[in-house]
Design a protein around this ligand. Sequence first.
Ligand SMILES: Nc1ncnc2c1ncn2[C@@H]1O[C@H](COP(=O)(O)OP(=O)(O)OP(=O)(O)O)[C@@H](O)[C@H]1O
Ligand SMILES: Nc1ncnc2c1ncn2[C@@H]1O[C@H](COP(=O)(O)OP(=O)(O)OP(=O)(O)O)[C@@H](O)[C@H]1O
Ligand SMILES: [Mg+2]
Ligand SMILES: [Mg+2]
Lengths: 260, 260
Amino acid sequence: MSKIIAISNQKGGVAKTTTCMSLGAGLAELGQRVLVVDLDSQANLTVAAGLDDEALAWSIADLLAAEGDTPAEAAEAVICPTAMAGLKILPADLRLAGTERLLYDKPDYEFRLAEILSRWENVYDIILLDCPPSLGAITLMALTAARYVVAPVQCEYYAARGLNRLLDIVGAVKDRTNPDLRIFLLATLYDQRNKICREILGRLQTHFSDTMLKTVIGIDTRLRESPIAGVPVLLYAPSTRASRHYRALAQEIMVKTADH
Amino acid sequence: MSKIIAISNQKGGVAKTTTCMSLGAGLAELGQRVLVVDLDSQANLTVAAGLDDEALAWSIADLLAAEGDTPAEAAEAVICPTAMAGLKILPADLRLAGTERLLYDKPDYEFRLAEILSRWENVYDIILLDCPPSLGAITLMALTAARYVVAPVQCEYYAARGLNRLLDIVGAVKDRTNPDLRIFLLATLYDQRNKICREILGRLQTHFSDTMLKTVIGIDTRLRESPIAGVPVLLYAPSTRASRHYRALAQEIMVKTADH
Ligand SMILES: Nc1ncnc2c1ncn2[C@@H]1O[C@H](COP(=O)(O)OP(=O)(O)OP(=O)(O)O)[C@@H](O)[C@H]1O
Ligand SMILES: Nc1ncnc2c1ncn2[C@@H]1O[C@H](COP(=O)(O)OP(=O)(O)OP(=O)(O)O)[C@@H](O)[C@H]1O
Ligand SMILES: [Mg+2]
Ligand SMILES: [Mg+2]
């Protein structure tokens, strides 16, 4: 039974894609069989994995659009390897942009992704979902399919303020479609030289002490370089600060989700 | 006749809201009568203007939801002052999240915002539209209402790669609903000590030489502080680097849109 973890926050640019790829790589290094799924029509995760989002034979858009079961041909071909053994990707492309609008018209669309992913539940130990910066139909599907959600939070004013909104949505999903959903908060892009950053982290750790992860991901310019190379930062720069922090995160996630 | 400028980029966290507020303040300082409009259900612009998005009597969601003309009562009360004379705001709140889904069912929804804003076309010289990090119905409305679009671009890989997508959408809007639309690119969050930043800026200036604005907005931590105070950075820290850069941007925008 795969452990499904959604990486979600409606605030833009808080390191959702970076965390999905880096945490995925950290978990693969620990011997887990990992699938990362790109649910953003920007296809940043797909690009970060070294793929060309304009040249894919199949993508998540095909699976979501198909009526009923996923065609066997698509299911076999849609998953791509990455530069890291044990880490696979289910890519996205531009066609995903039109999917959200179609989903609204389907009854119980929230369960669609869970159905699609169930095909691989004995193939992968962990499935990570990279969500777009919004709380629309695609994110609701991800939160319905997931057992856990990791919300990257940049230590800045808008991101911290937007947390209550995200917590409300998670609460609504728990009430309506997924009672077991649990949320963790992850401080990202942390710059300890910045006074605001330090203050906001302190406040987050006090207010959200039971959901805040201990691992804090520091600023590291190697994370801007690794997507250009199309490989996870753990391979691109194995001993850089970000690689250490995301390895620590992988360990913490294994412990925190052990009750699965 | 108001000059309408949309601030849009589907990539998250590239300083759309920061640019909308700071450019608005810069244009107000030049004596323009300015209205900034919050079109993001995160309501970051509303918060940056010192308002409480959970305590608004009216918001943009009311205007968009109303059938036909805006009720006179709402139109009079929905626009709020900011800390800066000559700068007003049309705020957003959480209810905007449900609007996008309703819009899709209305024929010609793209023109709805232009109709609403026409009520104030002799009141304001410039109207700036802060868009959410997506290319859905709300952004399409903004691009249809606008005469110009300023796209903030962070000098990082995903943002630069996503530009072609944004340019395609602007092209599609020009073909379908708004032939006069013109786009400008603005480099934001620029860190000249970072090698990737310098490389990507150089490439943007070469590839997009006719649309790239000369003004580059440098990194400045005062921009993280001013939203907490609820005032534009030009008031919060008048001589800081960001204030100088956004004043220069206001001058450049006045020149570049003089043909209006
Ligand atoms: N710890 C870090 N240090 C330095 N740069 C980082 C770090 N984490 C992420 N970044 C950079 O910040 C930018 C935003 O990150 P990313 O694209 O992962 O955010 P996102 O939340 O997925 O954005 P979106 O809302 O558009 O999906 C990227 O350029 C990324 O390389
Ligand atoms: N020049 C700058 N220097 C330092 N920080 C900045 C600068 N511009 C913006 N920021 C900070 O970066 C963060 C993201 O900016 P902002 O929220 O304006 O982006 P956005 O594109 O509107 O995000 P979203 O996609 O969520 O709407 C904010 O914390 C803001 O204060
Ligand atoms: Mg992303
Ligand atoms: Mg914004």
